[in-house]
Design a protein around this ligand. Structure first.
Ligand code: NAP
Ligand code: NAG
Ligand code: NAG
Length: 294
């Protein structure tokens, strides 16, 4: 009991206060002016809206997806909106060689990289159907939604270290809570949390100045999502334009996690202070000298 009073309650109080009320630095669109940004899955939906916001803010953008013709239009519109520069590289994130070479190409086109926004998802996994026995679809979902994110990040890390840059990972409520009929998608999004939250701790322990922002989105009114949930789910979706802006803001402000949903209940409950306290307390078991002298 004495331990509880002396340590646990103050720690709990501090964490709760921090996670629910912390006042953030103010976002200014100028933060993105001249910044070099990659957006994946940018041919439509939230990714395309992010590219347009970044263009209005005067960033350099390189966008990717599979459909070259649509990307060409996105790039043209980015230039109209005021992008410092805009390019596209088309290809599929099922191919890890493409993923790796894409980052190198984008880095060359912009002369460096400040922000890597990982947003694409495998289209087959957005239809809401009960999980049967299709392991090939599950593997594709893990490849495109998870493994390629890791490959892209690894390829981008040298440039991001040089710029003190940011990795922004777009995830979902389905990456934080059980969600029926999207089991494979959900698994790939949980994997992102496990991987990128662990790597964030590693960066902090080894003084790598690259921020990682995990974005937890509720239902957003993109064509893909609206088609997938039509007649299945009765939830009011949030607008993709605002969603896209909130993701960019969170990345620019180097937030660890961002929640965007029409209900504030999800963010309030999913922020999970218990997990954050355990993660914080577990750090004292590591021999920090092993990590800080590199
Ligand atoms: N919309 C929602 O309700 C919602 C909710 C929670 C989280 N999210 C997350 O938000 C992000 C964007 O969702 P969205 O609704 O905007 O999706 P979307 O409109 O369907 O866009 C998906 C993008 O990924 C690209 N893509 C698909 N397969 C690909 C592949 N194999 N290789 C490379 N690119 C590929 C698509 O272009 P191509 O087809 O041309 O390749 C497209 O640009 C995703 O991470 C999603 O999980 C969305
Ligand atoms: C994967 O991408 C690389 C680089 O773009 C390309 O050379 C290779 O042919 C692709 N592999 C497949 C199987 O499409
Ligand atoms: C880390 O990078 C950010 C953004 O580039 C910069 O503002 C900050 O000063 C850097 N921190 C350290 C400790 O170098």
């Amino acid at each position: 009991m004495a331990f509880m009073k002396k340590y646990l309650l103050p720690i709990l109080g501090t964490f709760l206060a921090y996670y629910y009320y912390s006042a953030n630095e103010e976002f200014r669109p100028e933060m993105l002016r001249g910044k070099k940004v990659i957006v994946t899955g940018a041919s439509k939906g939230i990714g395309r809206e992010m590219a347009y916001h970044l263009a209005r803010m005067g960033a350099h953008v390189v966008v990717t997806a599979r459909s070259a013709e649509i990307l060409q239009e996105v790039v043209a519109h980015c230039l109209e909106l005021g992008a410092s520069s805009a390019h596209y590289v088309a290809g599929t994130m099922e191919n890890m060689t493409f993923a790796e070479q894409f980052v190198a190409k984008a880095g060359k086109l912009m002369g460096g990289l400040d922000m890597l926004i990982l947003n694409h998802i495998s289209t087959t996994m957005t239809s809401m159907a009960p999980f049967g026995d299709d392991i090939r679809l599950l593997r594709r979902s893990m490849d495109v939604n998870f493994l390629s994110y890791v490959v892209l990040s690894v390829a981008a890390l040298p440039m991001l270290r040089r710029s003190g840059g940011s990795i922004v990972v777009v995830s979902s409520l389905a990456g934080k809570m059980a969600t029926p009929f999207v089991a494979a998608y959900s698994a790939s999004k949980f994997a992102l949390d496990g991987f990128f939250s662990s790597v964030r701790q590693e960066y902090s322990m080894t003084k790598v100045n690259v921020s990682i922002t995990l974005c937890i989105l509720g239902l957003i009114n993109t064509d893909t999502a609206m088609t997938a949930v039509a007649g299945i789910l009765n939830i009011e979706p949030s607008p993709k334009e605002e969603c896209a802006l909130e993701i960019i803001k969170a990345g620019a402000l180097r937030q660890k996690e961002m929640y965007y949903d029409s209900s504030i209940l999800s963010s309030l409950l999913l922020k999970n202070p218990g997990r954050k306290i355990l993660e914080f307390l577990s750090l004292k078991h590591y021999n920090m000298e092993r990590f800080t002298n590199n």
